[in-house]
Design a protein around this ligand. Structure first.
Ligand code: PMP
Length: 305
């Protein structure tokens, strides 16, 4: 990491990268009590633009609400702090990681006597699953680790602790030689990747798991649903059986980090043509045209800094 000169926003102060530390007995270290966001800022010909900034900040506050973590700032203040952190670090395109966590206080399961701290870090980050994967697709496997059931860990909260479950699935995928995993929900329906939502294309219709399948309410997912509908595709959200993964014409991941990443094989079975399919390519190009400012931002998704 050659990011040592970057500044990190910590509870209103800009702190040097090397000094952005918390106490080892902070509640979050022991009990995973954090909620966070992953956001991309794109450098395009009109300037530097954060993708759906207000929607990400809103989701951060929603995640915090679920866990009763009062963030002592308004959403507008956090959105401005994100823009300021990008500006001060002179980054034109970057990944942004705001995180709100239970800090140093009482060490016991109850978080209520621990402060609620917020930090914002930014850094440069290329394609999450690789440039080659963006073009030709990635190889994935269905995990033996399922997503948590709805009344266990709430998946509409983007909470750090959820990613312990994701890590088990990701480790398994890596050890099995896959680029990424797909986790099923508690009932065995298709869920999502370790950091991505998933879409299937079958007979020119798009399918994506319903939010009841323990998936994150992805902001890229919502954007892709919108783009696809405007391109004339039907988009259906419903519980999906695992074997649809093998029978689909095309399958792709969406996420702030993963953007739109095609999938070329699942569990050793070729998906469609075994490379990026035509519908995926059309939707992927439309997405990049918008974020790269090559077409009108008719949805108002770009927040220029
Ligand atoms: N699911 C999970 C588990 C994730 O971590 C992410 C990344 N935030 C996504 C889906 C995609 O969500 P978004 O498009 O909002 O980044």
């Amino acid at each position: 990491w050659d990011d040592k000169n970057l500044k990190i926003w910590m509870d209103g102060e800009l702190v040097d990268w090397k000094d952005a530390k918390i106490h080892v007995l902070s509640h979050v270290v022991h009990y995973g009590s954090a909620v966070f966001e992953g956001i991309r800022c794109y450098n395009n010909k009109k300037g530097s633009a954060v993708f759906r900034l207000n929607d990400h900040v809103k989701r951060l506050f929603n995640s915090a609400k679920i866990y009763k973590m009062p963030i002592p700032y308004t959403q507008e203040e956090i959105a401005n702090a994100i823009k300021d952190t990008i500006k001060i670090n002179n980054l034109k395109s970057c990944y942004v990681r705001p995180i709100t966590y239970r800090g140093y206080g009482e060490l016991g399961v109850s978080p209520l006597n621990c402060p609620v701290n917020t930090t914002i870090a930014v850094w440069e980050w290329g394609s999450y699953l690789g440039e080659e994967g963006m073009k030709n697709g990635v190889n994935v496997g269905v995990s033996s680790w399922r997503k948590p059931a709805p009344d266990t860990l709430p998946t509409l909260a983007k909470a750090a602790a959820n990613y312990m479950n994701s890590q088990l699935a990701k480790i398994e995928a890596t050890e099995n030689g896959f680029d990424e995993c797909i986790q099923l929900d508690y009932a065995g329906h298709i869920g999502e990747g370790s950091g991505e939502n998933i879409f299937l294309v079958k007979d020119n219709t798009l399918y994506t798991p319903t939010l009841s399948s323990s998936v994150l309410d992805g902001i890229t997912r919502a954007s892709i649903m919108q783009i696809s509908k405007d391109l004339g595709y039907d988009v259906i959200e419903r519980p999906l059986p695992r074997e649809d993964l093998y029978l689909a014409d095309e399958v792709f991941f969406t996420g702030s980090a993963a953007e739109v990443t095609p999938i070329r094989s699942i569990d050793g079975r070729q998906v469609g043509i075994g490379s990026r399919g035509p519908v995926t390519e059309e939707i992927q190009s439309k997405f990049f045209e918008i974020v790269e400012g090559k077409t009108e931002d008719k949805y108002n998704w770009l927040n220029y800094i």
